[in-house]
Design a protein around this ligand. Sequence first.
Ligand SMILES: Nc1ncnc2c1ncn2[C@@H]1O[C@H](COP(=O)(O)OP(=O)(O)O)[C@@H](O)[C@H]1O
Ligand SMILES: [Mg+2]
Length: 256
Amino acid sequence: MVETLPPKYEIRNLTFRYGETVALRDISLSIPANQIFVLLGPAGSGKSTLLRLLNRLIDMSGEGRIEAGEVLFNGQSLYTSDVNVAELRRRVGMVFAQPVPLPMSIQENITYGMKLAGIRDQARLQAAVESTLRKAALWDEVKDRLNSPGNALSGGQQQRLCLARTLALEPDVILLDEPTSGLDPISTLKVEEALQDLKQSITIVFAPSSVQQGARIADNAAFLLTSELIEVGTGDVIFTRPSQQKTEDYITGRFG
Ligand SMILES: Nc1ncnc2c1ncn2[C@@H]1O[C@H](COP(=O)(O)OP(=O)(O)O)[C@@H](O)[C@H]1O
Ligand SMILES: [Mg+2]
């Protein structure tokens, strides 16, 4: 019997605008738990806006507003005054296109957030350094130099360090916004493989750097085009036999 978890997010009739620009228009979709959900679409289609709405990072830009609709996280409305935003951002981690390690050692990059969260137990901190670096497929490359500066690593390693740092806070969800766009193919593959393991226990929402990458990793995918949701479905359907002509045109490279 297949176990079905309740959806992690439900987005209902969401319209978001920056001033005159409508960035998301009447979007409704459901993001299943413990799977990889790909947000597909050309530049400007609204992917980053939608990702930043999922952990209320959008609040920090001070720009734009929700004009209509709602976002439910674990069945609870995300945009109400009783949501603890700091706690939400711990539970919903984010990795961006540009890896930005903290200006400290590899292991301190992992333990910094944990210490801020009040964890002092050295054994626990040490265990997290190894386990998160393993999950991010970086351990073997750095285990002999955990005290070296994080920003001395290659770009691909830095990105995996940023993923490990996010994992140290034991998130329920990780949002990744074109996380491999600056990476070499080997590092890209390592990140993709790490995500396949992580989805056992974490919901992953991923804006890919290419259609091909989306096709490799998606369990489910949504195709956005100029702020509208064109189609949502399983990765298999979206990337091989979509029902909408616009999706077909995009995945076959006719535009984008
Ligand atoms: N901070 C902002 N202020 C004004 N307009 C923005 C801002 N961020 C994004 N936009 C606009 O919103 C639309 C969607 O952008 P974005 O979510 O970044 O799309 P994507 O990530 O798919 O490239 C675009 O038209 C973009 O120019
Ligand atoms: Mg973007």
